[in-house]
Design a protein around this ligand. Structure first.
Ligand SMILES: [Zn+2]
Length: 147
């Protein structure tokens, strides 16, 4: 196994997501249309955590449907990177990486944007924004402004 592949033999290209994973293709297709979706278990009705996967992480059932989420959630945990996790992120430091607990359930790794990295706080209310890149769209989050 070379350093350009992960343990499943997938190419580790420049920090890009695995767009061709069978379970994840609907997720990426919906993001292209600016909809955040998640798998909802047909058995226990809970939302899967991310990334998309073949079996429910709660009850191990294999049947699910895709649910459109509100895109709202709260920061569960966050860190600020002052050294890049991947060379491709060199020009982004310092940047924030956060775990977001979505209102409908499910936890996703993302970045909180439109906010200095060190001002992101646990339990901060956030909402999804979409970063359109040439090949795919990333879900990022921004603080919800109180009215
Ligand atoms: Zn389940």
């Amino acid at each position: 196994m070379s350093k350009t592949q992960d343990e499943r033999g997938r190419a580790a290209r420049r920090g890009q997501p695995f767009l061709d994973e069978p379970e994840a293709k609907p997720f990426w297709a919906s993001l292209r249309e600016h909809r955040l979706t998640a798998q909802r278990c047909s058995s226990c009705k809970k939302i899967f955590n991310f990334p998309p996967q073949a079996r429910c992480p709660h009850c191990l059932a294999s049947d699910y449907e895709w649910a459109i989420l509100s895109g709202k959630g709260k920061v569960y945990s966050c860190v600020t990177y002052h050294r890049p996790w991947h060379p491709a992120y060199q020009d982004k430091i310092p940047y924030n990486v956060s775990l977001i607990d979505l209102d409908e359930g499910g936890r996703i790794v993302s970045n909180v944007v439109d906010c200095p990295p060190d001002e992101v706080r646990i339990a901060m209310a956030v909402e999804v924004v979409y970063e359109d890149l040439p090949e795919y769209t990333l879900p990022k989050f921004r603080p919800v402004k109180s009215a």
